[in-house]
Design a protein around this ligand. Sequence first.
Ligand code: HEC
Length: 124
Amino acid sequence: MRYYLLIFAFVISTTVHADADNGLSVYRDNCLACHMYDRRGVSGMAPTLLNSPWIIGSDELLAGYLLTGGFGPQVLMARFDYLTNEDLRDLIEYLRLEEGLDTTINTEQIQQIRMRYQGEGLYD
Ligand code: HEC
């Protein structure tokens, strides 16, 4: 019985809680090319993410920023709505953890934010 509880707890903790290690690999696959390995960006091309108001501010706004690629109207960054809610949550967890901040956003909230901006034609 105790075993089942342990397995249950493990499954819950790996599915419900954010995973900053996965967030780091999402970062490496999607963000590193512009914001660089150390997140300092490239002068004149991509801003530094260190101490960025978007990252140290609200995690809902950060999710919106990533889903819309910066809220428009000119989008200089890609729109990251192809990332899953889980990957976005883990990415936000990773970015905020690096700033010494925690994250309370969950995948349901990210889904709501996704729906809010879907089809709004920010690119049009
Ligand atoms: C194609 C290059 C490119 C990629 C890839 C990219 N970004 Fe950006 N990012 C930019 C540019 C350019 C800006 C500035 C946009 C602006 O000011 O309108 C920016 C701005 C930002 C900002 C706001 C920074 C600030 O303080 O103003 C955040 C946060 C951010 N990016 C996070 C990310 C994350 C996380 C990823 C990966 C999912 C990512 N970016 C991928 C180019 C990129």
